[in-house]
Structures are given as structure tokens and as C-alpha cells.
Design a protein around this ligand. Structure first.
Ligand SMILES: Cc1ncc(COP(=O)(O)O)c(C=O)c1O
Length: 434
């Protein structure tokens, strides 16, 4: 990719705060289905479904129609005023989830959905200690950021007291340098022991993702979540499951907790629920909600219970059901994973292929033998992919390998997956040759 900055980008940087290092050198004109299109009409296959949100493809016509309907009725109201779309979406979420996830609040972002869960957990338990995984990402607002152990902490002062980290079960690079590719959960036992010794005895919640995304697609091994839930119950922590990226079918199940038969105390949904529009939900049990209500729970924002995002959320659920996208994600995910494993057999720089359904990770290394991290190589491959018409997301956390996080929309076709695999193959070959 040319190092010459396009004029439009130089002009943009005069007026935009740069919030995530550099902007991509593509000026997007429109987005449809699995593709985004630049100003010259060039199609770019989007293997990140936007910021992992456009689960039914970009600009789905049914979502557009729902927004028009909302425009003809109401799109924003005073926080205490309800409308049918809000009530219907909360009903639909309660029906979709097991008993114990009975009541929901509708807000806008993933950060907010976790803020709500954390506030309720503190109010309900009377504690304030929160545990989160190393490498996790739960949002950028202060409460959600505090248990986010990513590269976003330095320079912003202390987080609220009472936050502790647990090592994530990163089997390819065991966090306690104990096992190799086969987590035996020693990391969980060691981590919990460390936390127990540091605790002031005021437990509130453990917040986790079923597959850690920003950490580099780390899938909790089968049974891990059930063990963790038991440990939470023994100690008095509530379990908050953040399914921002995994919820609503991406893993080939409606939710990530299904495989392990665990019902969390809080389920937070965001990115995928709005299908590209800002909608999030926090769902909990009747018992927790009632106790929090008695204690005066408050969470008022400008856009809580707005009808427009709610009608969009209902439409997203309807499309997932009508098009059987959960099953489709499982099938397409297996196909894509097999294709990525074939690339791994061909290219020594692919150290690991992991993940579930249509949330897959490809870890780029110097070579398979050494497993030495190669984030710059990963970055250069991603730039070549972009030139060839494939948009990829790569984690560039210092000290870690670059990991491609692949999350196409659940509507993706086999032909589109084949195209993405072909471009990746070519981009790897050409980058290594240069
Ligand atoms: C698992 C997870 N939770 C929460 C968030 C925060 O969501 P938002 O950016 O909508 O606040 C993200 C964002 O990347 C995420 O990946």
C-alpha cells in the first residue's frame, strides 16, 4: 500500500481527533451485504462485519424499512415513557434466553450494557470487587474500562478500587507457562487463589466473554465456564457474561453460554443486537431486578428505551430466525475454519487457527516451530489484503502476535468465504516475498 497519504485523509486529520492510531486509507461510500464500497466503486469484502456488528450484513433492507416505520411513528422519548417496540424486544429477549434471564433494559453501547450490569451487581451484593480476564475488552467508559485488561489502561490514571485480573485460558501461550495447547484449568485455580488472597472480602461480580475477542480469539475450553460459575457462587460473585460479539448466533449457537449449560446472572448484548445501529441490552433475573429496584436502582441516559433502536433490534432477531442464520453460522464457520487450517498447512507463518462458528482467530507468527510473535508481518498482510479487496481486523497488542479476528456477517456465502481465503493466501505469499 502506498505510503503517500491521500488528500482526503490529510484533510480529515485536520478536523478529526485520532482515536485509534491511524485511520484506514479507504474512503467508504456505501456498504451492502458482505461488502463495503469505496468512492471509486471498488468492492471490499468485509471480514469484520463493520466493528463486528453488522451480523445480518450491511444495510439490510428490512432494517431500513424498520427505521422508516420508526420515522413515521416515534424514534426518541423521555426516559420513563415506553413504546411497543421496547416492550416487544424485552419480551423477545426473555423468550430467547433461559429462565433466570427474565428482565432487560435497552441502552445503546456495549460499554453501557456492562456499566448497567456492574452497577446492579454492586447494588445487589453490597460489594465492589470485580474480576476480569487479562486481555479482555468490556468498553471504554470508566466502569467498563476498569475490568478491561487490554492495552487501553496506561496514561489514564487509576481505575476504581477493587478490580483484579484473572489469567485468560490462552492455550497457545499458557499465561502461567504451564501447559501447551491443552488447558487443564490450572490458570483458573492459580488466578482465583491470587484474587482470594488480595480480596478485601467485598465480592460483586466476575465479568467475562465466552470467547475473548480483543485478546486474540481465546475460546474458553468446554467446562471452564461451569467451573468458574461454581467458584463465583462459592465466593459470592455474580457472573456477568458479555456477549457483545458472540451473542445472537455468531458462535453457531444463539448464545455462547449454551454449550456449557451455564446461565449467567447478567447477560449483556450489544454489537450484534443492533446489526450496525447503536443498541444494547442488559438482561438479568427477576430476583436481582426486584432487589435492585427496592434499593433505588438508577440508570437514566438520554437514549434508554428509545423506540428506534428497539424496532431495529426486533428486526435483527426476526431476520436471524427467518433466515436460520444460527445454523448457517455453524455451517459456514466450519467451512471457513477448514479453509484457514488448509492455509495454515501451507504457510509456516500461521501459528494457530482457533475460535467457534463465525468468530475465528488466525495467529501470525515468525514460524510454527518457534511461535515467535510477528505482529508487524500480520499488519503487513492485513494491508495487502485491503489492497486486494479484503478488510481484516488484526490485534496489534504490544508483546503479542498479530491475530486476525475474522467475523464476517452470518449471511456470508460460501463463494464470499472462498474469495476471502484466496485473497488471504495471495496476500501472505506476496507479503513474505517482499
Ligand atoms: C466483548 C466486548 N464488550 C464490550 C465492548 C464495548 O462495546 P462498545 O464499543 O459498543 O461500547 C466491546 C467492543 O469492542 C466488546 O468487544
Amino acid at each position: 500500500m502506498s505510503n503517500q497519504k491521500p488528500n482526503w485523509l490529510a484533510e480529515a486529520e485536520e478536523v478529526l481527533i485520532r482515536y485509534a492510531k491511524d485511520f484506514s486509507p479507504i474512503l467508504v461510500d456505501r456498504a451492502q451485504g458482505s461488502y463495503i464500497y469505496d468512492k471509486d466503486g471498488k468492492a471490499i469484502l468485509d471480514f469484520t462485519s463493520g466493528q463486528m456488528c453488522s451480523i445480518i450484513g450491511h444495510n439490510h433492507p428490512k432494517v431500513f424499512a424498520a427505521m422508516q416505520e420508526s420515522g413515521e411513528k416515534a424514534w426518541h422519548l423521555l426516559s420513563t415513557l415506553l413504546s411497543e417496540p421496547v416492550i416487544n424486544l424485552c419480551k423477545a429477549l426473555a423468550e430467547l434466553t433461559p429462565k433466570g434471564l427474565d428482565k432487560a433494559i435497552l441502552i445503546n453501547t456495549g460499554s453501557e450494557s456492562n456499566e448497567v450490569a456492574l452497577r446492579m451487581a454492586k447494588l445487589y451484593t453490597g460489594g465492589y470487587e470485580i474480576l476480569g480476564f487479562l486481555g479482555s475488552w468490556h468498553g471504554m467508559t470508566a466502569g467498563a474500562q476498569a475490568p478491561t485488561y487490554s492495552h487501553t489502561r496506561r496514561g489514564y490514571g487509576p481505575a476504581a478500587p477493587g478490580h483484579h485480573a484473572l489469567p485468560a485460558p490462552y492455550a497457545y501461550r499458557c499465561p502461567i507457562q504451564h501447559c501447551n495447547n491443552n488447558c487443564d484449568r490450572s490458570c483458573l485455580r492459580v488466578g482465583m487463589d491470587l484474587v482470594d488472597r488480595q480480596s478485601t472480602g467485598a465480592p460483586a461480580a466476575v465479568i467475562i466473554e465466552p470467547v475473548l475477542s480483543a485478546a486474540g480469539i481465546i475460546d474458553l475450553p468446554p467446562g471452564y465456564m461451569a467451573d468458574l460459575k461454581k467458584m463465583c457462587e462459592e465466593r459470592g460473585y455474580l457472573l456477568i457474561l458479555d456477549e457483545a460479539q458472540t451473542g445472537l448466533g455468531r458462535l453457531g449457537d444463539w448464545f455462547g453460554f449454551e454449550r456449557d449449560g451455564v446461565t449467567p446472572d447478567f447477560l449483556t448484548l450489544s454489537k450484534t443486537l443492533g446489526g450496525g445501529l447503536p443498541l444494547a441490552a442488559t438482561i438479568t433475573s427477576k430476583a436481582i431486578e426486584e432487589e435492585c429496584f427496592e434499593r433505588g436502582f438508577i440508570y437514566i441516559t438520554s437514549h434508554v428505551s428509545d423506540p428506534l433502536p428497539a424496532i431495529v433490534g426486533l428486526t435483527v432477531l426476526e431476520v436471524i430466525q427467518q433466515q436460520q442464520l444460527v445454523k448457517h453460522a455453524a455451517e459456514q464457520g466450519a467451512y471457513l475454519k477448514a479453509g484457514l487450517e488448509a492455509l495454515q498447512a501451507k504457510h509456516d507463518c500461521i501459528g494457530d487457527v482457533r475460535g467457534r462458528g463465525l468468530l475465528l482467530g488466525v495467529e501470525i507468527v515468525k514460524d510454527q516451530e518457534s511461535r515467535a510473535p510477528a505482529p508487524d508481518l500480520g499488519w503487513r498482510i492485513s494491508q495487502r489484503c485491503l489492497e486486494l479487496g479484503l478488510n481484516m481486523n488484526i490485534v496489534r497488542i504490544p508483546g503479542m502476535s498479530g491475530v486476525f479476528r475474522i467475523a464476517p456477517p452470518l449471511t456470508v456465502t460460501k463463494e464470499e468465504l472462498d474469495l476471502g481465503l484466496t485473497i488471504m493466501d495471495q496476500a501472505i505469499q506476496e507479503t513474505l516475498a517482499n
